[in-house]
Structures are given as structure tokens and as C-alpha cells.
Design a protein around this ligand. Structure first.
Ligand code: HEM
Ligand code: HEM
Ligand SMILES: [Fe+2]
Length: 441
């Protein structure tokens, strides 16, 4: 570690790993329910498991992003964090709010809006916590003399992500309005400002791993940010097709969202090209695997599979089916889970002074989790297409169709088991690295 305060990041990463493992458990609860074994129903109903699964996902990714920022910003700005103590307080509060929300879901204390289930009183606490985080990162940048493009893109992504939490809190009793604002959060996060966070972390990793000139890497970062905004903002319209908003969204949403894959394709080409250009001696080849893997898998999951259902004529049939779950899994995994796992893989040896990054277990973690995820995506896809035909084309009712497609969840469970072996190996390796050491390089 170049700066002592970077060790704060380790604790955020550790929380991430814990929440990731819990998320997987709730995934299995749902997979079994889909196979017809909804044995936990009286204690953990499907809707509870779903809300817990997705909210834990968002929480562990946010914790990972915050950890990444606490690691990257001091190094980029050549400046210790302004207050590591407050950063620990911020982590403690984040965990307390998250745990309360998750427990609350089990007692039906929730808002029932997909991805924004956190009850309103807790939303305010989230806002306070995020403000503190932004203050700590922003304050560090302001105090330092060096302001790199990478640091600024990362900060801007985090800052706008915090701002975009607010539309989800606009009070309304109108279903259309509620849906309208919900998408500002959900869509403009994952297909807008989170891409800046991903781009910032990717740029940092490429600078460190490849040794290519910062100017070249950062120039391309601007191009990617440009493409993201060009397509992603109006691309929000692909969620406004049939929710009661004006018809012009069919055109706007269809056209601009169809351009969104370009930003992800750009990131994949960017990462591969920089890696080829770089001649730096490789000391952490597993971090390279994760970084390149992230750029490729995010293009497939978000770009390619997003495009697959983004046109209004397709979305009319696939909306809200398991086709969405197919895309949701690989997109979230490829883009945001993998970028968090990339920065962890890069940072751990520097934080702990131990060199376990290229251990067999870590390489296995990469391949098993990714192969597992590819097969999970295929299983969701087959179930989803079957569901679309039976339910939407043939008009068979929802529950009868769910019964018909139970068989596909056997495949999903097998694939998820391979995925879990990989995820488990990653977490086990994380534990083997041990605690951060101040004197580590
Ligand atoms: C990393 C980036 C992305 C992530 C993490 C992601 C994830 C998700 C998730 C979780 C949903 C379900 C949301 C909900 O119903 O509340 C969703 C929906 C959707 N996504 Fe993405 N997505 C990404 C990028 C894209 C891109 C680039 C496209 C288009 C090219 C796209 C097209 C869609 C469409 C059309 C839906 C609506 C599906 C429906 O009507 O049920 N996504 N996405
Ligand atoms: C062992 C692993 C996992 C299993 C068995 C699993 C299973 C499931 C199931 C059954 C659903 C509900 C689908 C439905 O609505 O009927 C779901 C939803 C979801 N899961 Fe997973 N999951 C796993 C891991 C993950 C991971 C690692 C991620 C992200 C990186 C993820 C992201 C999501 C998302 C975003 C949704 C909501 C999709 C939507 O909006 O349609 N899951 N998962
Ligand atoms: Fe979207």
C-alpha cells in the first residue's frame, strides 16, 4: 500500500464478501422454489427471498465500489484519506442500515418496489450515510493537488449515483409515476452512472497492470463516458414502452437503448487493446483475467443480451419474464460483480503483503464462477423463452406455466452449484490473504 489509509478498503471488501455469500444462499432458496420445493415458504416466502437476493446484491456491489474508491482515490490523488475513522463509522452505519432492511423484509416491512424495497425511514439513513462517503472521498480529492481523470470519473460516477437515489423517494400514489421514477434509479444507475464507476476502476486497473501511458488510457475513458451518456440517458425510454407513458417513448427508447451496447463493446475493446499494448512485467495475472473477463462478460451480458429484448416489438412479449432474469444475471455479474472482484484481486496482495493472487484456488475461482454463470444464463434463457411462448403467445395462465418450466431449474441449480464453488474459492482465498498490513508494499 502506498498510503496507510487505503487499508480502510479491506474492511469494505470483507463486508462485500460476506453479503455476496448470503446473496447466493437466497438465490438457492428461489431456485428450489422454482423446482417446486418451496419448503421454506412459511418462513421465507418467494417475494422475501427475491427482495433479499437483489438488495444484498446491490449492497455488496456498493460496498465494493466504496472500498474501491477508498483504495483508488488516495493513490491517484497522492493524498491520505481525510478521515479513516469516519470511513469506519460510515461502514458501520451502512451495515446497520442494510441489516435492518434485510431483517425487515422477512417481516414484510418493505416498499414492494423491485430493487427499491428499502422502507422509507431507512432511505433517509442511506442518504446520510452516502453523503458522509461523498464528503470523505470528495474532501480527499479537494485537499490533494493532483486530480487525475481516472479519479474524477470515478468520483463523478459515485456522486451522481448518490444523487440518483433521490428520484426513487419522490412521493406519489400514481402507479405510472411511481414506475417512471423507479427507472430513473434502476436504469440510470446500471446503464448510466455505474458505468462511470466501472470505467474509472477499469482505467485505474489498466494503468497499473499494463503500464501503458496514462494519457492514452484516460483519453479512451472520455470516449466511453461520451458513448454511455449519448445512449444511456434517453435509453431509459426502453422501460417506458407500456407503463402508461406517451407513445413517443417507443421510438426514443428503442433507438437509443439499441446504441447502448456500443459503450460496453468499447470497454471490451479498450481493455483488450491496452493489455496487448502494455509491456509491463506481470505480477498479478489473475487480476488481468478478472479485468479482461469483466470487460468481455459485461458486453455479452449487458450489451448483447440487453439488446436481445430492448426493441419494443420484442419487449412486448418478454417484459418481466425469466428472459429479464437471464439478462439481469449476466449483466450484473459481468459488469459490476466482476469489476469489484477485479479490484479486490489487484489490491489484496498490495494490502496484505502476501502473494496468493495467482494461487490455483484463485484461478479456479475465476473459471468456475464464470462457467457456472454462463450456464445459469443459458438455463434462465431457455426457461424464459419457454415462458414467453406458453404464457404470452399461447395465453396459458402464469402459475400453470411456472409448473411447466420447473424442469429447467434443475439445470439452473446445477450451474449455480458450479458458480458457487467458484465464488466459494474466491472468498476462501480472500480469507487466506488475512488482514491488511500497514507495512505492506
Ligand atoms: C451492466 C449493465 C446492465 C445491468 C446490470 C442490467 C440489469 C438489468 C436488470 C436487473 C433488469 C431488470 C430490472 C427490473 O425489472 O427492475 C434489466 C432490465 C432490462 N434491461 Fe438491462 N442491464 C444492463 C444493461 C442493459 C443494456 C445495455 C440494455 C440494452 C441494450 C438493457 C436492456 C434491458 C431491458 C430492455 C430491460 C427491461 C426488461 C423487461 O422489460 O422486463 N440492459 N436490466
Ligand atoms: C447461486 C447463485 C444464484 C442463484 C441460484 C440465483 C437464482 C435467482 C433466481 C431464482 C431469481 C429469481 C428469478 C425470478 O424472478 O423468478 C434471481 C433473481 C436475480 N438474481 Fe440471482 N441467483 C444467483 C446468483 C446471482 C448473482 C451472482 C447475481 C449477480 C451478480 C444475481 C442477480 C440476480 C438479479 C439481478 C435478479 C433479479 C432479476 C430480475 O430482475 O428479473 N443472482 N436469482
Ligand atoms: Fe434499462
Amino acid at each position: 500500500m502506498k498510503y496507510k489509509s487505503q487499508s480502510v478498503a479491506w474492511y469494505f471488501f470483507a463486508v462485500s464478501m460476506l453479503l455476496f455469500s448470503l446473496q447466493i444462499i437466497y438465490g438457492f432458496i428461489m431456485a428450489f422454489a422454482h423446482m417446486g420445493y418451496d419448503v421454506l415458504h412459511p418462513v421465507i416466502a418467494f417475494n422475501t427471498a427475491r427482495a433479499v437476493h437483489t438488495n444484498l446484491l446491490v449492497m455488496w456491489l456498493l460496498s465494493g465500489f466504496m472500498g474501491a474508491a477508498y483504495y483508488i482515490i488516495p493513490e491517484e490523488c497522492e493524498q491520505e484519506l481525510i478521515s479513516p475513522k469516519l470511513a469506519f463509522l460510515q461502514l458501520g452505519a451502512f451495515v446497520a442500515v442494510g441489516v435492518t432492511a434485510i431483517i425487515g423484509f422477512h417481516f414484510n416491512w418493505w416498499e414492494g418496489r423491485k430493487f427499491l424495497e428499502i422502507p422509507r425511514p431507512l432511505d433517509y439513513l442511506v442518504v446520510v450515510d452516502v453523503l458522509l462517503f461523498i464528503y470523505l472521498i470528495g474532501g480527499t480529492i479537494v485537499k490533494s493537488k493532483k486530480k487525475t481523470t481516472t479519479a474524477m470519473v470515478l468520483f463523478f460516477g459515485l456522486f451522481t449515483a448518490a444523487l440518483l437515489y433521490l428520484p426513487g423517494m419522490i412521493p406519489t400514489v400514481n402507479q405510472t409515476m411511481d414506475s417512471y421514477w423507479r427507472w430513473w434509479v434502476v436504469h440510470l444507475w446500471v446503464e448510466g452512472v455505474w458505468e462511470l464507476i466501472m470505467g474509472g476502476i477499469l482505467s485505474f486497473l489498466l494503468i497499473k497492470i499494463t503500464g501503458v501511458d496514462r494519457e492514452i488510457i484516460e483519453k479512451w475513458l472520455y470516449v466511453i463516458v461520451g458513448f454511455t451518456f449519448l445512449s444511456g440517458i434517453l435509453g431509459t425510454g426502453h422501460h417506458y414502452y407500456y407503463i402508461g407513458t406517451p407513445k413517443y417513448w417507443l421510438w426514443i427508447g428503442g433507438f437509443f437503448s439499441a446504441l447502448e451496447p456500443i459503450a460496453f463493446l468499447g470497454m471490451a475493446i479498450y481493455a483488450i487493446a491496452m493489455m496487448r499494448k502494455g509491456g509491463k512485467q506481470i505480477t498479478n495475472s489473475t487480476a488481468i483475467l478478472w479485468t479482461i473477463g469483466c470487460s468481455v462478460m459485461s458486453f455479452v451480458g449487458a450489451g448483447f443480451l440487453g439488446f436481445a429484448h430492448t426493441l419494443p416489438s420484442v419487449n412486448m412479449y418478454t417484459h418481466g419474464t425469466l428472459v429479464t432474469a437471464m439478462h439481469g444475471h449476466m449483466a450484473f455479474w459481468g459488469a459490476y460483480a466482476m469489476i469489484v472482484l477485479s479490484i479486490i484481486t489487484y489490491a489484496l496482495p498490495n494490502m496484505t503483503g502476501r502473494n496468493l493472487q495467482d494461487s490455483k484456488m484463485n484461478v479456479f475461482a475465476f473459471w468456475a464462477s464464470n462457467i457456472g454463470m454462463v450456464f445459469m444464463t443459458i438455463a434462465f434463457g431457455i426457461a424464459g423463452v419457454a415462458q414467453v411462448y406458453l404464457e404470452r403467445k399461447m395465453g396459458i395462465d402464469f402459475l400453470s406455466v411456472q409448473k411447466e418450466i420447473e424442469v429447467h431449474f434443475i439445470g439452473l441449480t446445477l450451474a449455480a452449484t458450479i458458480f458457487t464453488l467458484g465464488a466459494g474459492a474466491f472468498i476462501w482465498n480472500f480469507i487466506r490473504f488475512g488482514l491488511p498490513k500497514a507495512e505492506a508494499k
